[in-house]
Design a binder for this molecule. Structure first.
Ligand code: H2B
Length: 93
């Protein structure tokens, strides 16, 4: 899949509130009520990732979840990352 250029990434992020480009990945930090809620959301996201065959770099510390997306195979951001970020937003909402 084709890597998005800087302008394409910037445009895509306009529809993704809170997501930023950092270190060649798009990323967002989420805060939940507690660990149980964070892990429950992570489980939902994990199933969606399997469906899309696209997987995050993520870190969970108690009720905080940081998600970073890039396409390893392409060495940058692709539409797959944008699509997964949108799905993650729908799950978190
Ligand atoms: N996830 C991400 N984030 N980037 C990839 O390039 C990627 C992936 N590739 N999940 C997939 C799996 C690939 O390794 C398998 C073999 O299809």
């Amino acid at each position: 899949m084709k890597k998005l250029n800087a302008i394409e990434i910037e445009n895509a992020l306009k529809d993704l509130s809170g997501w930023t480009l950092d270190d060649n990945m798009i990323q967002k930090c989420f805060t939940f009520k507690d660990f149980k809620e964070a892990f429950s959301v992570m489980t939902h996201i994990a199933f969606e990732c399997e469906k899309q065959n696209h997987h995050p770099n993520w870190e969970n510390v108690y009720n905080n979840l940081t998600i970073k997306l890039s396409t390893h195979d392409a060495g940058g951001i692709t539409q797959k990352d944008i699509d997964l970020a949108k799905s993650i937003e729908e799950i978190v909402e």
